[in-house]
Design a protein around this ligand. Structure first.
Ligand SMILES: O=C(O)C1=C[C@@H](OP(=O)(O)O)[C@@H](O)[C@H](O)C1
Ligand SMILES: C=C(OP(=O)(O)O)C(=O)O
Length: 441
């Protein structure tokens, strides 16, 4: 789908009376990045069916090409010719603003003599911590360099054997996922011990699911604190079908819950390892009329919503979307156990509070929680998208039911995970204007 929107833009969100229609969920960001990487680590050709076309997907493809993978777009699919355990050495990779892409590739870089990682987002990805992963790689015998555990980073490996290694999973699951992709290609594999209070179990299970799909043997304890992956294995899968994306769809479902009308989103597997599937249960618990028929989820909007308190770690990428529902709800909603939101594209706890207070809403935060009290959204002001696609989703949903139009700066950053977001909402009845970007980048 060609993108008709300007390269950079603010968006002016107009309030609308209702949302109505049926949409197909966009392809999963998490499975696109995983399948493209696993395909490149294979010796042969893999057809990744229905891959996402977001900036993060393009960042992964760009880096894999730089490492020597062949990539060919065939319709909505990508045919990848892999480099197996021999990515090109001496390359500088630019993962854009994609955290999972950067982490996964930093671990695989231990197969190369040397790989440099840079980013054009010093105030976003450049601020996100990498030390937990770099320390684990050094324990395995790689040499690394960084700016106090931040990008730009250099990883130099080449003759790692593998074995037992600890990695903290307290700040992100991505470090462990990254090592899991490296493990089968090391002679002795990896006996991974995940330390600390493990966060984001769902993406870890998506990684295990991907390894299994590509024929890589792995065993994991029930709590995922120990993951063993034998060495000397190869990745192989001819066809990898990308499922629908739950984090982005959670924003559509939350939009439908806070406005009158009826919206159906298809291509959402009932049995899916994406933790943001839980957004359906959360919206239902808040009072939304939300039902499922197979892979189709329907919301009949406009029902009165009430506040909830939930552990948000299980659906970390849907917390911002569900915060829009919390604003429409009676009472105070609290998302608990969400410290890792501070380590994403922005600080999604404090920055959410700042923008919601600018809209006249009452919020509170602790180190690892965010509370929002439902209330009217004034609108008629400009809010900052913080260069964060999930913040832009939240603010857009608030603008659609505000008293006056809401301007969001730097709204083009939506393309990180959901380039078709505004087109999808327009098809349901949303009304948007696109103005020159005013966000200091
Ligand atoms: O493994 C992945 O693909 C991801 C894991 C999660 O990050 P954390 O593990 O840092 O919570 C999630 O927020 C991110 O969007 C994608
Ligand atoms: C934080 C996210 O992605 P990543 O960590 O891959 O940048 C996200 O998609 O919300």
């Amino acid at each position: 789908m060609s993108d008709p929107l300007p390269g950079t833009f603010d968006v002016i969100v107009h309030p609308v009376p209702e949302l109505r229609g049926t949409l197909t969920a966009q392809p999963s960001k998490n499975y696109t990045t995983r399948y493209l990487l696993a395909a490149a680590l294979s010796e042969g050709r893999t057809r990744v069916v229905g891959a996402a076309t977001s900036e993060d997907a393009e960042a992964m493809l760009r880096c894999l090409r730089d490492w020597g993978a062949g990539t060919e777009h065939v319709g909505q699919d990508v045919v990848v010719t892999g480099f197996g355990a021999r990515p090109r050495s001496g390359v500088t990779l630019n993962p854009g603003n994609a955290g999972a892409v950067a982490r996964f590739l930093m671990a695989v870089a231990a197969l190369t003599g040397e790989t440099q990682f840079v980013t054009d987002y010093p105030d976003s990805l450049g601020k996100r911590p990498q030390a937990d992963l770099l320390q684990a790689l050094e324990r395995l015998g790689a040499r690394t360099a960084s700016v106090d555990g931040h990008l730009p980073v250099t990883v130099a490996g080449g003759n790692l054997r593998g074995g037992q290694v600890e990695v903290s999973a307290e700040r992100s699951s991505q470090y462990a996922s990254a090592l899991m992709f490296l493990a089968p290609l090391l002679p002795e594999g990896l006996d991974l011990r995940l330390t600390g209070d493990i966060k984001s179990h769902a993406p870890l299970r998506q990684t295990l699911d991907t390894l299994a799909a590509f024929g890589v043997r792995a065993t994991a304890s029930d709590d995922l604190s120990r993951i063993r992956i034998p060495g000397g294995q190869t990745y192989r899968l001819e066809r990898a079908e990308v499922p629908g994306d739950y984090p982005g769809s959670a924003a559509l479902l939350a939009a439908a819950a806070v406005l009158p009308g009826e919206v159906t989103v298809s291509n959402l597997r009932a049995a899916d390892l994406q933790g943001e599937r839980e957004a359906i249960d959360v919206l239902r618990a808040m009072g939304a009329d939300i039902t499922r028929e197979g892979e189709r989820v329907t919301v009949r909007g406009g029902r009165p919503l009430h506040a909830v308190t939930r552990d948000g770690d299980g659906f970390t990428d849907a917390v911002q979307a569900l915060t829009a529902a919390a604003v429409a709800a009676t009472g105070t909603t609290t998302w608990e156990n969400v410290y890792t939101l501070r380590l994403k594209e922005c600080d999604r706890i404090s920055d959410t509070r700042h923008e919601l207070e600018a809209l006249g809403l009452q919020t509170a935060e602790t180190r690892d929680s965010l509370s929002v009290t439902g209330g009217p959204v004034a609108g008629g002001v400009t809010v900052d998208g913080h260069g964060d696609h999930r913040m832009i989703m939240l603010l857009t949903l608030l603008g659609m039911r505000a008293a006056a139009p809401l301007r969001i700066t730097g709204a083009h950053h939506i393309r990180k995970s959901y380039p078709g977001f505004f087109a999808h909402l327009t098809a349901l009845g949303g009304r948007f204007e696109y103005a020159p970007n005013t966000r200091e980048e």
